[in-house]
Design a protein around this ligand. Structure first.
Ligand SMILES: Nc1ncnc2c1ncn2[C@@H]1O[C@H](COP(=O)(O)OP(=O)(O)OP(=O)(O)O)[C@@H](O)[C@H]1O
Ligand SMILES: [Mg+2]
Length: 482
């Protein structure tokens, strides 16, 4: 058997299940308009009682109305400018005081859990992002997708599901969007209807408002994960095999240029981040991203984040600007979060001129498709070169294309590892070394399959050996289906 050359202990812990507790299903005590008679009437309770789901929905609706009303009162009564300096404790105390006074005024009695929840929601509303706050805090949620005020989808364990959280109305949603974007000095309105930003906790945020968003504002949040998935965790979760990990370690450590290709949300950034763990700690790495998501573990890392133009259309610093500047900053390796525009030229040049071991991601559905994307991006950047020359550039710059995919069952897998071996006539030659072989579905719709080598000897075997990564031949042998 072989063993990977582990750099560190690795193997972080899986995320703890600390999902927010649901509100208790107790019924709140809303005073009746008429006094109830002391003597109970004989009624058929079972028949008179609304169905639990209906009761729950009614209770929720009423609670929502109370919250909205309280929120209005809070904003009226709180001195918002004084709020900035207030400590959390003072602010919470203030909110509790105003809320209980208002509740009393409204003649509403809530139980203790409901009060705690209400106070927390009001606090989130005033200081944070309102209804989004519990979702942002829930470690099981990866993505939050808002389609107008009444529909919030979340992604949990690879599956998209609708959440029972809503905004009061479009105005409420817009207020929260505005709060987010104004905190980063941006604006979103009819004339600037979409915006990209990074939340204070590092999460990636995109919003588009009406009239471009037809049925109410659209918001997408990719939550920032402090504990990025490591290679060991990804192997454990079945994203790729131990053999593939050993191969990838050799590829990254021996400075092959790697492209991680995949669809949206397929795990490209996660894979790139994990692969970066194989880079030696003595190297100087520069990272360039539109939204800083990568979290490299090495000591010597310089991070750059591009910047869009301001409202007057000035001050933009593109990924290409960062990349050009990075080349003057003596990097050993350059990592571009995602190549999507004219920075492709500089990226390929960097890969071709002494910055071996550079990495990036690309939006494409297969390795071959990834190469076409690169060709298209070069053409779009206005470079007029014969296609053969473009392909020759790509073939000598890119060594490895790692394809990741989010499969129907929500699982994310590395479906292929392909080497770029050169040119044959006008065509870039490639060979697939590993792939995910899908064999079927389980009754509960989970995808069945296994990772296997193709049986082809790696084009880089000699390189690996010379660099001291003597991979056993056994890892390149195809796995027989059971
Ligand atoms: N193998 C995996 N197993 C479980 N979760 C994963 C896996 N890979 C990625 N994820 C999670 O899926 C989400 C999307 O991953 P990631 O940001 O890497 O995708 P992406 O392809 O870069 O997306 P985008 O196209 O939006 O940039 C993240 O929350 C990440 O933690
Ligand atoms: Mg990404």
């Amino acid at each position: 058997m072989f063993s990977r050359y582990k750099k560190s202990g690795g193997g972080g812990k899986p995320p703890a299940n600390t999902g927010q507790a649901e509100a208790p299903a107790n019924v709140m005590h809303i005073p009746a308009t008429t006094t109830q008679p002391r003597v109970e009437r004989k009624t058929n309770k079972a028949a008179a009682k609304p169905a639990p789901a209906e009761k729950d929905a009614k209770r929720k609706q009423r609670l929502g109305e109370i919250k909205a009303e309280l929120h209005r009162e809070l904003l009226d009564n709180l001195n918002l400018s004084a709020l900035e300096g207030a400590s959390e404790k003072d602010l919470r105390a203030e909110i509790v005081a105003i809320a209980s006074e208002s509740l009393e005024g409204m003649g509403v009695v809530l139980n203790r859990d409901e009060r705690t929840q209400l106070n927390q929601e009001l606090y989130d509303e005033v200081t944070g992002l309102g209804p989004l706050e519990p979702l942002l805090k829930d470690p099981e949620v990866n993505d939050i997708l808002v389609n107008g005020p009444q529909q919030i989808f979340v992604e949990r364990s690879g599956r998209l599901e609708i959440s029972d959280i809503t905004f009061k109305d479009e105005k409420h949603l817009l207020r929260i969007i505005d709060k987010i974007v104004s905190a980063v000095g941006r604006r979103v309105d009819e004339s600037n209807p979409y915006v990209d930003a990074r939340l204070a906790d590092g999460s990636r945020f995109n919003a588009m408002v009406p009239p471009i968003a037809v049925d109410g504002s659209l918001v997408s949040i990719r939550k920032f994960k402090e504990d990025k998935l490591s290679i060991d965790e990804l192997v454990r979760f079945g994203a790729f095999s131990e053999e593939m990990a050993a191969y990838l370690q050799a590829a990254v450590a021996t400075r092959l240029n790697v492209i991680v290709s995949g669809g949206t949300g397929s795990g490209k950034t996660t894979t790139l981040n994990a692969l970066s763990g194989f880079i030696d700690d003595s190297e100087r790495i520069l990272t360039i991203e539109d939204t800083a998501e990568l979290q490299l573990q090495q000591t010597h890392v310089g991070r750059m984040e591009s910047r869009p133009a301001n409202v007057e259309g000035k001050g933009a610093v593109t990924q290409r600007d960062c990349l050009r500047n990075a080349l003057r900053m003596r990097p050993d390796r350059i990592i571009v979060g995602e190549t999507r525009g004219d920075e492709v030229i500089d990226m390929l040049q960097a890969m071709n001129t002494g910055h071996d071991g550079s990495m990036t991601t690309l939006h494409a559905n297969s390795a071959r498709d990834g190469v076409s994307r690169l060709e298209n991006m070069i053409a779009m950047a206005g470079i007029e070169m014969p296609i053969k020359a473009v392909r020759a550039q790509i073939a000598s710059a890119v060594n490895l294309i790692v394809q990741v995919s989010r499969l129907q069952d929500g699982s994310r897998r590395m479906v292929s590892i392909t080497e770029v071996t050169g040119m044959e006539g006008e065509v870039i030659s490639m060979q697939e070394i590993f792939r995910f072989h899908r064999v079927g579905m389980t009754p509960d719709n989970k995808i069945l399959g296994h990772f296997t080598a193709s049986g082809i000897r790696s084009h880089f075997s000699d390189r690996f050996r010379i660099w001291g990564y003597d991979l056993p031949m056994s890892i390149f042998e195809p796995v027989e289906a059971e």
